[in-house]
Design a protein around this ligand. Structure first.
Ligand code: UD1
Ligand code: CA
Length: 449
């Protein structure tokens, strides 16, 4: 039986180096905020409680987590990581179990690693605290972990460390697992007599040691505990996430011709035997069924793409775009809140907005659904098997019946009956000999001095 789990997520830091009006932890990775990435990985542990410690910009963070029923605790003044964790005590009152301490700006820690920390805490030697360590290529100013065989001798902040301690390359990610009954009792004993004048969370390891209790370190990759303090670090974490996602897409049966040029969102769903050509961007909310081909330079968000459909090159699918089986959206076609029936095609230069296109319909090059009058949006309905001639404007609200044909260049303002032909353009006139007469008159004019 696993003990109950609670998570404390530190997010009181100002994030000054982001130079942003948006709170640091709300900046997105793959179209979802760092904080929600973390909350999602925590949720997989089925935690009894999650508490986010807020400070500067707390309203934004509170608004982001309130819909998820996640509690927040305010750290009015930033007096250090130990002080920050202590602020969660009231929110965890009555909770008896294991506590994970995480950072809102370290978003990619996996559920597997969280579980490994909890498992280590539950191991027979019963460490007081489990610290997540890592060996970065440049240890910089990270806190150091002095350990032997996974048992911690000392935790020391860079500012307080000796040269010999600074030479140690095992670093503190800041993430820990501690039993609730130990955590707040130890925190109450943490002082701020150190180089930074802060209440250091890692000091709880030293206080437990003073009680004769050992703590353990487990290691993970530097990439997993990469923190975000600047836009450049945000981009680095995004890049890392994308690399992993591309590998997964390929492992699950998608062909990515140039994987490094394809950008997924956190929730992109991809079937098997999907081919994605170079330079394709996915925003949130995209589902791609089996056998779909997405040609180069397409931008896709909030769209559902049916089996064996074809998209692009240079297509734009906006929220509410739904493509039926074996349907086709070609180059320079935009879809928004539009449903394309099975086998229907819009191959070139078209806008389908607030539209419903029946099965097998053919939308000619340059067709535009005129869905907006500057105030309201209106719907266009195109029946199954209809044929819309090139360069037609369909002025919504309007319905084109099944099997109807619209002549090229029409401006359709009234409904068209099924199987009818609609022509809405000026009739062509022919004037025999006009070209020659025109040239003769002009030539004569030019010859006059
Ligand atoms: C901390 C660790 C250090 C570790 C490093 C990893 C301490 C004393 N040091 O460094 O050993 O190598 O993380 O990045 O714990 N925060 C608050 N309130 C505060 C202070 C911090 O919520 O008063 C939050 C920040 O928003 C951030 C996290 O805690 O998410 C870490 O803060 P930061 O200042 O980056 O870490 P350090 O304390 O310098
Ligand atoms: Ca940091």
């Amino acid at each position: 039986m696993n003990r109950p789990v609670a998570a404390i997520v530190l997010a009181a830091g100002k994030g000054t180096r982001m130079k942003s009006d948006l709170h640091k932890v709300l900046h997105p990775i793959a179209g979802r905020s760092m904080l929600l990435h973390l909350v999602d990985s925590i949720a997989a542990l089925d935690p009894a409680r999650t508490v986010v410690v807020t400070g500067a910009g707390r309203e934004q963070v509170e608004a982001a987590v309130a819909p998820l029923g996640i509690a927040t605790a305010l750290q009015a003044e930033q007096l250090g990581t130990g002080h920050a964790v202590a602020q969660a005590e009231a929110a965890l009152a009555g909770f008896d179990g294991d506590v994970l301490i995480l950072y809102g700006d370290v978003p990619l820690v996996s559920t597997t690693t969280m579980r490994a920390m909890l498992d280590r805490l539950a191991a027979p030697d019963a460490p007081a605290i489990v610290v997540l360590g890592f060996r970065p290529s440049d240890a910089g100013v990270y806190g150091r972990i002095i350990a032997h065989d996974g048992v911690i001798e000392k935790m020391v902040e860079y500012k307080d460390a000796t040269d010999a301690e600074r030479a140690v390359d095992l670093c503190n990610s800041g993430l820990m697992a501690v039993r609730s009954e130990d955590l707040f009792a130890l925190l109450a004993r943490v002082g701020n007599d150190n180089a930074a004048g802060e209440y250091y969370l890692p000091d709880i390891v030293m206080l437990a040691a003073a009680d004769g209790r050992r703590s353990a370190v487990i290691k993970t990759s530097a990439g997993e505990v990469a923190g975000v303090n600047s836009r450049a670090e945000l981009a680095a974490v995004e890049a890392d996430w994308q690399v992993q996602r591309r590998v997964r897409a390929m492992a699950e049966g998608a062909t990515l011709i140039a994987p490094e040029t394809v950008w997924f969102a956190h929730d992109t769903q991809i079937g098997r035997d999907v081919v994605i050509e170079p330079n394709v961007f996915f925003g949130p909310g995209v589902t791609i069924a089996d056998g779909v081909v997405i040609h180069a330079f397409s931008h896709i968000e909030g769209a559902r793409i049916g089996a064996k459909a074809e998209v692009g090159p240079f297509a734009r699918l906006r929220p509410g775009a739904v493509m039926g089986e074996a349907s086709k959206i070609g180059n320079f076609v935009e879809m928004k809140k539009a449903v394309l029936g099975a086998g229907a095609k819009a191959s070139h230069l078209t806008y389908l907005g607030d539209a419903e296109v029946g099965e097998g319909a053919n939308i000619g090059a340059g067709t535009i659904t005129c869905n907006y009058d500057g105030f309201f949006k209106y719907k266009t309905v195109i029946g199954a098997g209809a044929f819309i001639g090139s360069n037609s404007a369909l002025v919504a609200p309007v319905t084109i019946g099944a099997g109807a044909t619209v002549g090229a260049g029409s401006v359709i303002t009234a409904d068209v009956d099924p199987d009818a032909l609609a022509l809405a353009r000026a009739r062509q006139e022919a004037r025999p000999g006009w070209g020659k007469r025109f040239r003769d008159v002009m030539a004569a004019k030019k010859a006059k001095p």
